[in-house]
Every structure is written in structure tokens, then in C-alpha cells.
Design a binder for this molecule. Structure first.
Ligand SMILES: Cc1cc2nc3c(=O)[nH]c(=O)nc-3n(C[C@H](O)[C@H](O)[C@H](O)COP(=O)(O)OP(=O)(O)OC[C@H]3O[C@@H](n4cnc5c(N)ncnc54)[C@H](O)[C@@H]3O)c2cc1C
Length: 491
């Protein structure tokens, strides 16, 4: 059977695309592992939007400022102008954002937003509520526990995917393929991402010669509880700081003001770097303090954070919690146009975190990613519906490839360590060159295709980071004149 559309990924972008494709269309949504294992499920703070027409200019301005001059103004305009519509669409389909007793939406503020414009659900469980709703309202078939491992491309056109399903590879054909497979958290030792988020499609694009861009632009979240054994670390939402939580060192001093006059309300890259540098300089631990919160308000507004921290033995809001920055969000990705099309391959789209629409520039404004997933999912679907092009069947052979080798797990962990050590918050050319050397050496070893996806993505990140010699936005590179760039990216 051939589908009209295959969607790779069941997070906000993939599922909202599915929701907007008419029931009569033959659509298949594919996701790895259980459906809830995606970043969307874990989103806490909310969804940013331009509250009304007057707010569009201000939302655009805030987004452009956060992006430090590297946003596409056109893309930001599309995001902002369409944001109200997608939120209203969700509400009209029955989704309940938090509202007051008269039914008015409750808007909150997050770092670097100049007004309250973030809608949320279940207090701090926006992602969970939204994901559940989108799954429930998906009118199409869904294949879970399956992993896309190849794109079927011939003469610059995509004809479907190869999927690894219960250890068997098979081809599934479609007129259009939408990649909505999320970011790349699993490349890092400390990260906040779901375990399925391991850069498969970015790595596959490198193999296929499909352009990735802005890969060096990686966002680190400043307030993460990292003292746990899980690879995925617990994020403490920015809404906490927006509503009064403070960051302090062991002595209780709010040191962020030494780095930026906005203190806790500076953008997350500034806060992450300040914490990283302060901890390095002073050796002090860093804490998030909830002293400004009244107990009952805190437990109602942040019920999940309250419950999770309580389970870890923290008596919040009375007690402070140790924090560190951790990898959080991939700004760069597969280059697309403003309809989500991948320019070099017909019938192939990329939306959500896997894509680079240039909306976020050099830094993403808080809560602008769920809305990006919604807006560009809709754009891609409209483009597909407006340009029908049923294809003749083309059969592809299934490649005989080894997915994993015996030692790949240790090599994955080594890669995580390399990325955290040399390609995280503060970079140097020397460190980046060292990372590149080690990644290239790993690529020459006998490894499976799945690890190769990660290594090729990591390589693309390091090569982009080396190419951008000046610090900008989330890319902070310390100058060292003795460093030279090693140009051996092609393996
Ligand atoms: C802890 C946390 C909190 C956040 N809070 C917010 C917030 O408050 N507001 C905000 O705007 N943003 C927030 N973000 C960012 C936001 O959640 C993500 O950017 C967004 O959800 C990404 O959506 P997506 O649909 O692109 O990908 P995801 O939701 O990550 O979904 C990716 C999907 O792709 C599937 N997949 C991956 N590889 C394959 C493959 N090879 N084959 C098949 N399927 C595959 C996965 O199984 C999954 O279904 C947060 C992120 C995290 C981690």
C-alpha cells in the first residue's frame, strides 16, 4: 500500500500535521518506542503567541532580539502572525489551556518576553496535556515502536522510508514524507530530552547530502536538576524564574546581576553561561530558590515540579534545589523553506525541532518552539494539499545494513562525553578540534548505522561551530590564537 503522507515523529509537529490532514487521506505516523517518549510530552512552561494583532510587532521584536540578528525576519513574521490562529484552532477542537473562572486564558511571562503571552495547560504540564490531546485526536494510522532508518530518494525526489520494525527492515511508500523527528539531546552527557531524541534524521540527511544548517546553535537550559542517574535530566521550567524564583550561590548571593542587569530574567543563554562561569570561577554550587513563592500558590501553579522535587526529597518552595545547565534544544537542523519543504528533495518536508526555519536565529525565545511546531506543521500540510502529485510506484531494494555493533553503546557514551566536554556552553577552537578528531576517529571504526547517525550529526555541529569564529547568541567561543582549524570533516 502506498500512503499519501508518511509523518516521521509523533510530537507536536508530527501530530498537528496529522490532525490537519483530512481523514480521507492515507496517512501513517511513525514513532520510536512509546508515543509519549518525545520532547513535546515533557514541555512544561507553555506555548508563546502574539496575543492579538497589536502584539505581533512586539512578539516579532522579542524573537528577533533573542535571535541576535540571525533570525529570518520573514520566518519570524510567519510564526508570529499565525500563532493566534493555531492556538484558537486547538481551543476550537476542544483543547483546554489554563483559564480563569470566567474562561479567560491565563497568560504568563517568561525570560526575554516583554509581556505576558505564554499560554499553558495543567499548570506546568503543557506538553503532557497537549500531547495527550493530539494523540487522541489523530485521525490516522500510527506505527509506534518503529524506527525510520532510511529515506527512499531517487532523482531528487522522496518516495518513502525504510522502517526498522521489530528488527525487520521494510519499505513504506508515500507521495510525501514529513520529517518531524525532533532534536538531538542524546548526543550530550547532560540533557533534558526524551530518550528517543537521537538525531537519526539529521545524520541520515548528512548521508544523503541533504543540507543541515546552523547546527552550532544549541541551547542549554540553565535550570536543570542533574544529580540523578538518568540520561534525561529534570528541567525546572523558566516560568519559575519568570514568576519569582531566584538563582543563588552557596552563600545565598544572587550573582546573576554580576553578568547581566536583568538577573534571572536575562535570556537563557546568558543565564546558562553565567552559572557555568560562576561555578567554574568560584567552585560554588548553584541553587534555584523559591523563597518568593507562597506554598499554596506554588503547589497549584507548579504541581508536577512540586511532586517531582518532593519525591527527590526537596521540601519546596521552602527549600532550594541545586541546579546546573544542560543541553536542551537544537536551533539548527534540516534546512527548509517557509512551507517546511526541504529545498533539494521533492516531496520531502521537515517541521518542528528537526527543521531549521531560521525562526530562532542564534537563540530561541522561551516557549517559541511548540508554536513553531504548530505553525509550520500547518504550513507543510497546506503545501501538500495545495500541490497534489500522485506518483508512479518505484520499488527500492532494502539495503542490507548493520544497525548496531557490539561496542556501540560505549562509543555512544564516549560521544556524549566528548560533546559535553568540548561542544557545550563555552567552546574553544582547540576543544572543537579535539572533538572533531575524536568523532572522525570513531567514524572510521566498525560501527552500526544508528551510531553513525549520531556521529555524523555531531560532526556537522562541530564543523559549523568551527566555521563560526565569533561568539553570537548561544554560540560562545573563547578566543585562542594558537588554535588552528583541522579540515578533515570528510570521512
Ligand atoms: C523538558 C523540556 C521542556 C520544554 N518546555 C518547552 C516549553 O515549555 N515550551 C516550548 O515551546 N518548548 C519547550 N520545549 C521544547 C519543545 O518541547 C520541543 O522543541 C518540541 O516539543 C519538539 O517537538 P517535535 O514535534 O519537533 O519533536 P518531539 O516532540 O521531540 O517528537 C519527536 C518524535 O520523533 C520520533 N522519532 C525520532 N527519531 C525517529 C526515527 N528515526 N523514526 C521514527 N520516529 C522517530 C520520536 O519517537 C518522537 O515521536 C521543551 C523541551 C524539553 C525537553
Amino acid at each position: 500500500m502506498k500512503y499519501d503522507v508518511i509523518i516521521v515523529g509523533a510530537g507536536v509537529a508530527g501530530l498537528y500535521a496529522a490532525m490537519n490532514l483530512p481523514k480521507e487521506k492515507k496517512v501513517l505516523v511513525i514513532n520510536k518506542r512509546e508515543p509519549f517518549k518525545c520532547n513535546t510530552f515533557y514541555a512544561q512552561g507553555g506555548v508563546a503567541l502574539a496575543v492579538d494583532k497589536e502584539d505581533v510587532a512586539l512578539h516579532v521584536k522579542d524573537t528577533l532580539e533573542a535571535g541576535s540578528g540571525l533570525c529570518s525576519e520573514e520566518a519570524v513574521d510567519v510564526l508570529s502572525k499565525n500563532s493566534r490562529e493555531v492556538i484558537d484552532d486547538l481551543i476550537s477542537r476542544g483543547f483546554k489551556f489554563d483559564s480563569d473562572k470566567d474562561g479567560n486564558l491565563l497568560y504568563t511571562k517568561e525570560a526575554a518576553h516583554s509581556r505576558e503571552r505564554i499560554v499553558h495547560a495543567g499548570g506546568d504540564a503543557t506538553g503532557r496535556y497537549l500531547h495527550h490531546f493530539l494523540l487522541e485526536h489523530n485521525p490516522h494510522a500510527q506505527l509506534s515502536n518503529a524506527r525510520v532508518v532510511d529515506l527512499l530518494i531517487k532523482n531528487g525526489e522522496c518516495y518513502g522510508v525504510t522502517v526498522l520494525d521489530h528488527r525487520e527492515s521494510r519499505n513504506i511508500y508515500a507521495d510525501n514524507v514529513i520529517l518531524a523527528s525532533g532534536g538531538l539531546g542524546s548526543l550530550y552527557e547532560y540533557h533534558t530530552n526524551a530518550p528517543t531524541i537521537s538525531a537519526d534524521m539529521q545524520g541520515l540527511c548528512v548521508m544523503k547530502g541533504i543540507e543541515l544548517e546552523r547546527m552550532e546553535m544549541l541551547q542549554f537550559h540553565p535550570t536543570v536538576y542533574v544529580n540523578s542517574n538518568d540520561a534525561q535530566k529534570m528541567l525546572l521550567t523558566e516560568a519559575l524564574r519568570g514568576e519569582g524564583a531566584t538563582i543563588e550561590d552557596e552563600s545565598g548571593r544572587r550573582f546573576l546581576f554580576d553578568y547581566d542587569e536583568r538577573g534571572e530574567l536575562a535570556s537563557r543563554d546568558i543565564v546558562s553561561k553565567a552559572i557555568y562561569e560562576h561555578a567554574k570561577k568560584t567552585g560554588s554550587k548553584v541553587y534555584l530558590s523559591f523563597n518568593n513563592f507562597e506554598h499554596v500558590y506554588f503547589t497549584n501553579r507548579f504541581p508536577n515540579i512540586y511532586k517531582n522535587l518532593k519525591a527527590l526529597g526537596f521540601n519546596v518552595p521552602e527549600q532550594r534545589v541545586p541546579i546546573s545547565p544542560a543541553f536542551h534544544y537544537a536551533i539548527g537542523g534540516i534546512k527548509t523553506d517557509l512551507n517546511g519543504r526541504v529545498p533539494s528533495v521533492k516531496s520531502l518536508y521537515a517541521i518542528g525541532e528537526v527543521a531549521s526555519t531560521r525562526v530562532h536565529g542564534a537563540n530561541r525565545l522561551a516557549s517559541n518552539s511548540l508554536v513553531e511546531g504548530l505553525v509550520f506543521a500547518k504550513k507543510a500540510v497546506l503545501d501538500i494539499l495545495n500541490n497534489p502529485h500522485p506518483k508512479a510506484s518505484v520499488e527500492f531494494e532494502i539495503a542490507d545494513e548493520v544497525m548496531s555493533e557490539k561496542d556501540d553503546k560505549e562509543k555512544k557514551n564516549l560521544l556524549r562525553h566528548i560533546m559535553w566536554e568540548y561542544v557545550s556552553i563555552v567552546r574553544t577552537k582547540k576543544g572543537l578540534n579535539e572533538a572533531l578528531k575524536q568523532i572522525n576517529a570513531l567514524l572510521k571504526e566498525k560501527i552500526g548505522k544508528l551510531l553513525k547517525f549520531r556521529l555524523l550529526t555531531a560532526q556537522a555541529i562541530v564543523v559549523s561551530a568551527l566555521a563560526r569564529e565569533e561568539s553570537i547568541g548561544v554560540h560562545f567561543i573563547k578566543k585562542d590564537n594558537n588554535d588552528e582549524i583541522i579540515d578533515d570533516a570528510n570521512v
